[in-house]
Design a protein around this ligand. Structure first.
Ligand SMILES: [Fe+2]
Ligand SMILES: [Fe+2]
Length: 415
């Protein structure tokens, strides 16, 4: 939030005594206004505004049916058919050879009990800090805590699933608009992969957790923004590098923490596919950003990437859980503070960036101009790590806890 601590406490005092529902509406409106105010580059702000309006004010993602989105990107129809990007062709061959079938290769007969504390879906450290909740006046017994953990897992996996639907359309759009035939062949395999990811996450949510949460408003803004942007490289950057890169970090964290064998196996398959997707993204964009864009165009992408990164890091606060569980018991502002300070959530939000930052560096978007911004956000500790073209399968399944602790410490000092 851009409001200073003094302003925040002044606001807290002013709101004290108002009904919690009214406080929540005021906080939500202020969050929306501050999102626009926080965006440093006016061009980036202008390009994101229509999506922010649809996602945050109109809350289109919270509807029941579907949301139309207009893209307007150009389709690149190739007439040459020559080999034009051998590294992409290799990825295509690898993708064809590694297709898997979620129906047969995952054991759907596994009994999943999300209320069993010995096989936690998200691991043993709760994402919602109970001490903080208690200090805010909400005391939960052991069964309620377990139910909250379970719902939080369903919320997070639901966001992964919504992200997969976005990836399905973004990869289809990129397949049309990319200029390399080898890239189009590869893109076709990614469309299939994303369809399968959507299928398995949805099946897990519906049949094992029996709970699907609506899309988070901020995630909706990002997906709406990149699906409606007519520039193919912004779609690539948004989906293949930002959303997929963050998802890869999130998936590997969840893979390492979950005690539920079916989910662990599902994530292992998905991680292998996602790693190829990000690899494809860095190949395409390194070529494009370093050879085909002007300095001003590259700066705009640098700013866009940073804003999206901050949107994902600062605003992914499980408001859907607050709305359902605590909207009448604790103010949204208190919830934001709780989630912002939750050790498990803080670590998760930091470690998501372990895959993203080296990729931004590799494609040329972490220029000296941007380093100080990433430094302040505590993310430069991830710079210099392996990018998507260098990662082995073992690297992908491993979390770097030491770096995450360093990143959190940097932020603590800055605060
Ligand atoms: Fe995916
Ligand atoms: Fe993907």
């Amino acid at each position: 939030m851009s409001t200073s601590t003094t302003e925040t406490s002044k606001l807290d005092r002013m709101m004290r005594g108002l009904p919690i529902k009214m406080q929540n509406t005021i906080t939500r409106t202020l969050e929306n206004v501050s999102l626009i105010a926080e965006i440093r580059d006016p061009k980036v702000g202008a390009s994101m505004l229509p999506s922010a309006y649809r996602g945050l004010w109109q809350r289109k993602g919270k509807g029941d049916d579907s949301v139309p989105m207009k893209s307007g990107h150009a389709v690149h129809f190739d007439l040459n058919y020559g080999t034009d990007f051998p590294e992409m062709y290799d990825l295509y061959r690898r993708a064809v050879a590694n297709q898997w079938d979620g129906e047969w290769q995952l054991d759907w007969s596994t009994a999943v009990d999300p209320m069993n504390p010995t096989t936690p879906i998200l691991g043993h450290t709760p994402f919602v800090p109970y001490e903080g909740l208690e200090a805010a006046g909400v005391k939960l017994d052991a069964a309620e805590k377990q139910k909250l953990n379970y719902h939080f897992a369903a919320w997070m996996l639901s966001q992964f699933m919504h992200g997969e639907q976005g990836a399905l359309y973004a990869s289809a759009q990129c397949t049309e608009s990319v200029r390399w035939v080898d890239g189009k062949l590869y893109g076709a395999t990614q469309v299939m992969d994303e369809g399968r990811h959507l299928e398995v996450f949805l099946r897990y949510l519906e049949t094992k957790l029996e709970r699907v949460y609506k899309i988070n408003d901020n995630l909706f803004v990002i997906i709406d923004d990149l699906l409606t942007d007519s520039r193919w490289d912004v779609k690539f950057l948004g989906m293949q590098i930002m959303v997929e890169g963050l998802a890869l970090g999130a998936f590997s964290t969840m893979y390492n923490q979950t005690g539920e064998p079916l989910l662990k196996n599902l994530l292992r398959y998905v991680i292998q596919d996602e790693a190829r997707h990000v690899h494809y993204g860095v190949l395409a964009l390194r070529e494009h950003f370093t050879k085909h864009l002007s300095a001003a165009e590259r700066r705009e992408r640098e700013d866009w990437a940073f804003e999206v990164a901050m949107l994902m890091r600062n605003r992914f606060l499980a408001h859907e859980i607050h709305d359902e569980w605590f909207a009448h018991r604790i103010p949204r502002a208190t919830w934001n503070k709780l989630m912002g300070e939750s050790p498990a959530m803080t670590k998760f939000r930091s470690i998501m960036f372990q895959r993203l930052v080296p990729n931004l560096q590799y494609i040329g978007l972490l220029s000296p101009r941007m380093e100080s911004y990433y430094e302040k956000a505590g993310l430069m500790v991830y710079a210099g790590g392996k990018n998507a073209s260098q990662l082995s399968e073992q690297d992908l399944l491993r979390d770097n806890d030491t770096l995450a602790e360093q990143a959190i410490e940097t932020l603590r000092k800055a605060a």
